[in-house]
Design a binder for this molecule. Structure first.
Ligand code: ZN
Length: 563
């Protein structure tokens, strides 16, 4: 030991010297300061201001020290912190444990932060504005896809405000890219990574108002193919066949459906022409057979993909989110030695919450956990930054004092005083039992609707109007753990609403330590691009970086349209 100590010290000194050398050349990359002008809110919040302020926070948190080669963003749509907590318990209870001590796959990640989700014009946001913030580094209006704040119906204004996503940036930087979702591929979250539209509803040409088409706006589906020749996502998997097929074509799976496009374009055929051997698949059998194709478009449903609970797992059905994630990572990592960028969306957590059905919301969250587990297994934290987050919250509430290990979808059993029987139902002030999970708004309201009688509701409930409820339903003999049980909602609504509270960010890999504190949602983009040298270098090559090499100026997507 005595002889080796000097050598060890010398090594330590060399390592310290290596670490210290950037400081000798300039400011420590971990603490590069970016000046952000003070502005009036919201009037002074330009796209350039959002971009610069996001860059400042990411750089201040040390993102520039990251050396990521690959980036995978997992987006749990509508995955509130309450949804995560309840899903963790359900997942643990399915494994025979009490559940509270369990952790979802990303809950072992070393870095965590809170994300403030509001849109520029809305206290409680939607998925389009929030994903645009995550994907482009700029907060924008509710409903906006890849464009800076304006108005949903103003195509002309939006044409001057396109934003650059990390997916398009990665494509321009020569990295492989991919998109996986359980929603329509043209839905808000995936759409914000490749398209520009002031209104998320412009998914196909039929949805695009004539005035917008005349002004030069294009529908979201066709923009998935609008990449430089030889470029674009190598993998695009999800639902939404209708958006890609012409009205002259019958859906391959649904006899009662034809394509939604009136412009005659068959975008699946155009995809196959992108590269020799490029594949278009619409069921699991075809999907598995396409594993060697150079580029794969999977459209597994006419509309959104099925919930995991309702999915046909056979070869005639559709693949799980985990299988699609494995497929994408394998293909992207083999395709390109420079690295890849991948979005994976667990989209239907949001839909189940909107439908007032906690069972499916938690089950979809557990499904996302398996997809993240696959990414953990297939990548190294040495070179791959994995970020798990949500776009916005929901109104799911976790209430009462259920005893340890009480079924998370069950009625509250437990005691508040020594005299209470822990095995009997806790009672509200009316003397009625209640569930641990409830929604503040939505279709689970107890009053009679046009579709279902007064009392607890069953999924799928699409109410018209409601009648006022006469008190609460008696749940004593109702199986609230059944998959189709709908939790009670306080405020009657056709669709449960989003929540305005913060969501989580969980990260591992190079640059992940910059995810800490309470962050504006658009900071996520800046951590990603600052922590990935190839993305950063491409931004600097376009002249958007300051003297310290921090990308601080709003990039013009036009400058990144090609390699
Ligand atoms: Zn939603």
């Amino acid at each position: 030991m005595h002889v080796r100590l000097p050598a060890a010290l010398a090594l330590a000194a060399a390592l310290l010297g290596g670490c210290a050398s950037p400081a000798a050349r300039g400011p420590d990359p971990a603490t590069r300061a970016v000046d952000v002008p003070q502005v009036d809110h919201p009037a002074g919040e330009t796209a350039a201001w959002w971009y610069r302020s996001g860059a400042a926070r990411a750089a201040g948190n040390g993102a520039m020290a990251g050396r990521a080669k690959n980036v995978i963003v997992f987006l749990g749509d509508g995955m509130s912190l309450t949804t995560v907590a309840a899903a963790r318990i359900l997942d643990g209870q399915r494994g025979g444990q009490p559940g509270e001590e369990h952790a979802l796959s990303w809950e072992h990640f070393p870095a965590t932060a809170f994300s403030k989700t509001y849109n520029t014009d809305s206290q409680t946001p939607d998925s389009a504005g929030t994903m645009t913030a995550i994907a482009t580094g700029v907060k924008t209006h509710m409903g906006a896809i890849g464009v800076a704040a304006g108005h949903r119906d103003d195509c002309e204004d939006s044409l001057g405000k396109p934003l650059l996503s990390w997916l398009r940036l990665a494509d321009s930087a020569g990295l492989a890219t991919g998109i996986v979702t359980t929603a329509r591929l043209t839905h808000a979250t995936p759409g914000a990574t490749y398209a520009h539209a002031p209104d998320r509803n412009w998914e196909n040409d039929t949805d695009l108002p004539e005035s917008a088409a005349l002004a030069g706006c294009r529908d979201i589906a066709q923009q998935l193919l609008a990449f430089a020749p030889g470029r674009g996502p190598l993998v695009a998997l999800g639902g939404g066949r209708g958006e890609f097929l012409p009205a002259s074509q019958r859906d391959p799976e649904r006899d009662d459906k034809v394509g939604l496009r009136l412009d005659g374009r068959d975008l699946t055929a155009e995809w196959r022409q992108r590269a020799p051997g490029a594949a278009y698949v619409w069921n699991t059998r075809q999907f598995r057979a396409a594993k060697d194709a150079p580029a794969v478009l999977g459209l597994f449903e006419f509309d959104h993909m099925q919930y995991e609970h309702d999915r046909d797992p056979g070869e005639d059905g559709e693949p799980s989110l985990e299988e699609m994630t494995r497929f994408a990572i394998a293909k992207l990592s083999a395709a390109n030695p420079r690295g890849f960028v991948l979005l994976v969306e667990g989209a239907r957590i949001d839909h189940a919450n909107h439908e007032g059905n906690a069972y499916r919301a938690l089950d979809e969250t557990a499904s996302l956990s398996r997809a993240v587990r696959a990414a953990i297994d297939m990548t190294s934290p040495e070179d791959t930054l994995i970020v798990v987050t949500a776009d916005h919250s929901h109104t799911l509430s976790f209430v009462g004092y259920p005893k340890r290990g009480n079924p998370i979808l069950g009625k509250v059993r437990g005691r508040l005083t020594e005299d209470d029987d822990p095995e009997s139902f806790a009672r509200d002030a009316l003397g009625l039992p209640y569930t641990t999970l409830l929604y503040a708004t939505g279709p689970g309201y107890a009053g009679a609707s046009q579709r279902q009688p007064a009392g607890p509701k069953r999924h799928l409930h699409l109410p018209g109007a409601f009648e006022p409820a006469q008190g609460r339903p008696d749940l004593a003999d109702v199986d609230t753990e059944a998959p189709d049980f709908m939790q009670e909602a306080l405020v009657p609504m056709k669709s449960e609403t989003h929540g305005g509270d913060d969501v989580g960010i969980w990260a591992r890999g190079p640059g992940s330590s910059a995810f800490r504190g309470t962050l504006e949602q658009n900071v996520i983009y800046h951590v990603i691009v600052q922590a990935t040298p190839r993305l950063r270098a491409r931004l600097c090559a376009a002249g958007t970086c300051n003297a310290d090499g921090v990308p601080v100026d709003l990039p013009d997507p036009e400058a990144f349209a090609g390699p």
